[in-house]
Each structure stands twice: as structure tokens, then as C-alpha cells.
Design a protein around this ligand. Structure first.
Ligand code: AMP
Ligand code: ZN
Length: 497
């Protein structure tokens, strides 16, 4: 019997503001859509936190034996600089700055995104569609919204008519914003004169001659609005009404609010049953963001190469650090917190590895099944990973007390304990001790400097051992090859001549 029949999963639905018992549209199957990255820059640790949060959701749903179709898009067009209707396309701008084709930018940062998420042991989604691969679908949705009288064409662009929609539906149900307030708060930005009302949003934008990412449409040459791509790709692969839609908290408004309005306007159905929002990772109390530079890159964690860090940390430790907070809580990044996570993680792994060698007896002084159910209960309560980890630490304490012969465990309970701990640590939390960062920079330059650093280390050791023959030999032979070593302030640096 599938596990979900024994467990009652509750999910906090951002739409109702309550934890609701999860019931998928089709029993046994789950459709989940998560907004993917805009691939114009390296992903920072904040982005990773959101994708790790949803990887946890994906993993737990699978662990409950649901058949999950997880769709996560790649935004490779249509996301303008300021999230509003103005500015350059983020990808086109980066292409201009790096003198590359927009699709080279897309490829470069998609590869970076995949590499990093793989390093963190995230599962790939079941389908990973791109916005540029779904222009036709987006145009079809615009057509049906126009047919419903809820969008209008203006100067080659198409806008969603928020006030018209609000006559019969409620715009703002997700974010709790009221249309009247939106009207009062909207500044009169240039370019908004095409719109009937400033709070209307673009479904399709006319491409100015300098806009390089452009496609033909019934309304002229243009490009799709950012909100529209997620409506097109989620409904194409999951249907007009699907189970879970996730994304970072910062996408609630306007992005997800617009998705609800677009879906309802196009099909008459509320597209999503459970809206999930993952909270932000902060640095020095402020949101990590690409635009402000207040962020840490994953590779900086893995190499320790950042002023905020005292040392390097493995991807497993960084993942464990993030999962020690609930996905709906803000998490502040700090070196101390990572150090604490590292200690805790090692304690947990050490205990887990000793289960096989524990002394066994003919009775157990604690109930392993009860402990296992507590782990399920934690995850059933809106994917509460910190509580799950607390129970795993309780198990660690019990293991250590059996080891010290202060508690007892039967052989079959030891087996059960190992089984469920392994499922929760490796399958559900997705943590693996041997998760280490493989440097993706494979250039000869990197290899050469790695080699020289290694020789410098050997030379330092030789000098410490007063083996000056060897240390001089290393220095002189390197010099013959055109590599000069310089000893300054107790450190050795090298220069390739
Ligand atoms: P973007 O590529 O900017 O659209 O961001 C990709 C995902 O990362 C979105 O779901 C954002 O909500 C999320 N995100 C951005 N900044 C942070 C942060 N500081 N902490 C957690 N998630 C974030
Ligand atoms: Zn989206």
C-alpha cells in the first residue's frame, strides 16, 4: 500500500493562509510547477535555497509514493530588467554587455544552474521547459484572454484588463492587495500611456527595433510577458487545474497574482490548488539578490573564498544548514551558523555509521517505530525539516547511549532504525556525506596553478624539515621552467614569466 494512504500531509496554502490537508486532483499523482531561474547570471545561494526547498517537497512527495510530475521552467526571454513593463530584456542586456548571442548567455547560465543544483544533490525536474520554446502556446493564451474580453491590444502590445477582470473575479486574492490601493500606488511611469489603467500588465509586448529577442504574432513582432510564460508552461504539462505551484516569496506579487488572473481569464478555472512560497535567504539581514550584489555564490562556500567565511564548507553541510530552517522562515546566512551546521551534520553521520556495530540485546529500551512516525509527522506538518532534523538528533542521542551501554536495542530494531534514518537523511533531506564540490573550471590554467601550489606546499614542508636541498631544487627547477617563487610575509607566491 502506498505510504500516502497512511500519512496525512498538510501543506500551508498561501492562498488561504492556512495549513490544508493535501488532496491531489488525481489520487496518487501530483502535478507541481515551480518558477525556474532567469538565466542571465550565476545563481546565488539565495536562489539555491528556494530550489532546495522545493527539492525537499519533491523528495518527500516521492517518498510518500506519489507519482510526481515536477515542472520547472527556464526563463530565457521576456523578463525585463525591473520586473515591470519597462526596461531591457535581462538576457538581451547581458548578451550586449558580454558581446554574446542571447542564446549563448542562456546556455552558459543554464549549465551553471544545473551544475550547482546537481552539486547540492537536487533531483532534476521531470520536465524543464523554456519560455522561448513555448511562444506558440503563449500566443494562444493571449488570444483566448482577448476572446473573453479581458485583454486589449494597444499599439502592437496586448495588456490584461485588471479592472474588467475585477468586475467578476477578484484580482489580488493571493497577495491580499486591493485593486483600489494598486491604483493609488501606481506611479505614472513613462510608456504606461498605452495602457487603459496603470495596473494592467503586459501579456505581449511590441518589440522596438533594437529589441533583439522577437517573434511574429497576430499583433505584430514582439515578445511575451514574463507572467504569461509560467501560465503557458504549467498548464501545458499539468492541465488547467493542477496541484502545487511554488516559487520564492518575492514572486507572490505581481508574478503569481498575474498567473492566477491569466489562468482564470483563459479557462474559467483557478489554475492552482496549493500555492507554496519559500522564504528568503538573507545576508547581514538583507535579502540576497543578484541586483544589489548582497549575495554569496555557492562556489565561494565550497572554496571558502569570501570575506564572510572563515573556511570552506561542503555542499552537504550547506544543504544541511538550509534545511535546518523551515522553508517558510527567513534564514540569515553566517559563518557561525555554517560551523554549527557542520558540527551537527558530522555528529549525525557518525552516529548513523555506528548503528551496524552497536551492541544488541533481546529487548529495546525505546520504540523505533514511534520515532519513525515522529519523523513522518514532522514532514507531514508542512514539510517541517527542522523538526525532522531534531528527531534525527534524538535518534543520534539514543544511538550514542546504546553505544555507551546505557540503553539497549534488539537486532531487528537496529535494522529498522538504520533503514528509516537512511530514508530520511538520504532520500528525503537529500544529504550525502560525500557530496563534495567538483570544480567545474577545468582549464589548463587552473590545473597549472593547482600543480604549482602543490609544489609550493612540498617546498614549505621541506624547509620546515630543514631539507634545504629539496626546497632549493623545487625553486630552481620551477625557475628554469619560467615560474618564479617569491617569499613574502611568510607566504610564497608565484609568477609565470
Ligand atoms: P530569479 O532567477 O531572480 O527569478 O530567481 C529564481 C528564484 O530564486 C525565485 O524563485 C526567487 O524567488 C528565488 N530567490 C531570489 N532571491 C532569493 C533569496 N535571497 N532567498 C531565497 N530565494 C530567492
Ligand atoms: Zn513563474
Amino acid at each position: 500500500m502506498p505510504k500516502y494512504q497512511h500519512q496525512e500531509l498538510k501543506i500551508y496554502n498561501s492562498l488561504s493562509g492556512e495549513k490544508e490537508t493535501f488532496q491531489p486532483v488525481t489520487p496518487g499523482m501530483v502535478g507541481m510547477y515551480v518558477c525556474g531561474p532567469t538565466v542571465y547570471n550565476k545563481v546565488h545561494l539565495g536562489n539555491c535555497r528556494t530550489f532546495i526547498s522545493f527539492d525537499l517537497v519533491f523528495r518527500y512527495l516521492k517518498h510518500l509514493d506519489y507519482k510526481v510530475r515536477y515542472v520547472r521552467n527556464i526563463t530565457d526571454a521576456g523578463h525585463l530588467e525591473n520586473d515591470a513593463e519597462e526596461g531591457e530584456d535581462r538576457i538581451a542586456k547581458k548578451a550586449r554587455l558580454e558581446s554574446l548571442e542571447p542564446m549563448e548567455i542562456v546556455q552558459k547560465y543554464t549549465v551553471d544552474f544545473h551544475t550547482i543544483l546537481h552539486t547540492f544533490n537536487n533531483f532534476p525536474p521531470s520536465i524543464e521547459p523554456t519560455a522561448t520554446g513555448h511562444i506558440v502556446e503563449q500566443i494562444e493564451i493571449v488570444k483566448s484572454i482577448i476572446d473573453q474580453g479581458l485583454a486589449y491590444v494597444s499599439n502592437g502590445s496586448v495588456y490584461f484588463d485588471v479592472l474588467k477582470y475585477n468586475e467578476t473575479e477578484k484580482y489580488g486574492i493571493l497577495s491580499g492587495r486591493k485593486v483600489e490601493e494598486l491604483i493609488a500606488n501606481t506611479r505614472d511611469l513613462t510608456g504606461q500611456t498605452e495602457k487603459k489603467n496603470p495596473q494592467d500588465f503586459a501579456l505581449w509586448k511590441k518589440a522596438e527595433p533594437q529589441h533583439i529577442m522577437r517573434w511574429p504574432s497576430p499583433w505584430g513582432i514582439g515578445f511575451p510577458g514574463w507572467h504569461l510564460e509560467c501560465t503557458a508552461m504549467s498548464t501545458k504539462y499539468l492541465g488547467d487545474e493542477f496541484d502545487i505551484h511554488g516559487g520564492g516569496m518575492d514572486l507572490k506579487f505581481p508574478h503569481h497574482e498575474c498567473e492566477i488572473a491569466q489562468g482564470k481569464a483563459a479557462t474559467g478555472k483557478d489554475p492552482v490548488n496549493y500555492w507554496m512560497h519559500a522564504n528568503m535567504l538573507t545576508l547581514n539581514g538583507k535579502k540576497m539578490a543578484k541586483s544589489t550584489g548582497n549575495n554569496i555564490l555557492p562556489e565561494e562556500i565550497f572554496t571558502g573564498n569570501n570575506p564572510n567565511l572563515s573556511k570552506a564548507y561542503s555542499p552537504a553541510v550547506a544543504r544541511f544548514f538550509m534545511l535546518q530552517a523551515h522553508y517558510r522562515s527567513v534564514l540569515d546566512f553566517s559563518d557561525e551558523a555554517l560551523q554549527a551546521a557542520e558540527k551537527g551534520f558530522h555528529r549525525l553521520m557518525e552516529a548513523f555509521q555506528t548503528i551496524d556495530s552497536l551492541p544488541t540485546s533481546n529487548s529495546s529500551s525505546f520504540d523505533v517505530e514511534e520515532l519513525e512516525q515522529k519523523c513522518f509527522d514532522a514532514m507531514n506538518d508542512d514539510f517541517n525539516s527542522p523538526i525532522l532534523i531534531a528527531h534525527l538528533f534524538d535518534a543520534t542521542k539514543l544511538i550514542n547511549s546504546v553505544k555507551a551501554e546505557k540503553a539497549s536495542l534488539t537486532q531487528s530494531d537496529a535494522k529498522k532504525l538504520k533503514q528509516f534514518m537512511s530514508e530520511f537523511i538520504f532520500d528525503v533531506l537529500g544529504i550525502h556525506e560525500n557530496l563534495s564540490f567538483s570544480n567545474t573550471d577545468n582549464s589548463d590554467e587552473t590545473k597549472l596553478s593547482g600543480l604549482v601550489e602543490m609544489l609550493i606546499e612540498l617546498r614549505t614542508k621541506a624547509r620546515e624539515n630543514k631539507d634545504f636541498d629539496t626546497s632549493d631544487q623545487i625553486r630552481d627547477q620551477l625557475l628554469d621552467m619560467g615560474i618564479e617563487l617569491k617569499d613574502t610575509k611568510g607566504k610564497t607566491e608565484f609568477k609565470i614569466k
